[in-house]
Ligand binder design. Sequence first.
Ligand code: SF4
Ligand code: FES
Length: 225
Amino acid sequence: LRRAGVLVPTLCEHPGLEGVGSCRLCLVEVNTGRRSQLVASCLYPVEGELTVLTDSPRVNEARRFVLTLLLARYSDVQLIEELARRYGVKPVERLQAEPADCLLCLRCVRACAAQGNGAIATCLRGREKRVSPPFDEPPADCVGCGACAEVCPLGAIKVEEGEGKRRIWGREFTLVHCQSCGEPFATREQFDYLRKQPPDLLVEEELCPRCRKLDQALRISGSTT
Ligand code: SF4
Ligand code: FES
């Protein structure tokens, strides 16, 4: 749908992570010829002949309903406000709930797990459910990469940087400066972690992504001349 330029709002989906289909914002109407149903487009496998309606009355009604519930809990979150405005959803007084800043979309937990770490997870249940490091203590498994904060759609994870340090989840990490341009771009613990991985992930030079690309391009052009 994205490749075709069709706009479908999403929150829990991230192109680099396995889908979980938790926010239900990406509902579309799929017609397989035998039946028509509302499905979460981020999880629906595209196969055979399908008609997909992304803007039908049924889809818009379902989307507005999801946004009404989201707006009740996340009325202070800019992204939710913008989505609600786009779909003409107004706050419903009797639905007002205690404000929250985390959607429990688990993008952060999935990003951490995808890198082989398990520094954060969900804890507690029901309305108390939230994302945190084990026992709410600074997580020993965290390497300070900041991927969790990077993928959070609501900006709910706080990362502070200054004086050569990065602070996240109650821990402080030393920033590594790019050997070429001098910009701080990763943490010492990230490099220590990568150096313990299989040889194909071996990182010798401490170069930021921009300088690494440039370095690779120069090597390729050097080897072809
Ligand atoms: S902190 Fe952000 S990414 Fe993690 S579950 Fe909450 S909203 Fe999703
Ligand atoms: S994007 Fe959240 S269910 Fe599909």
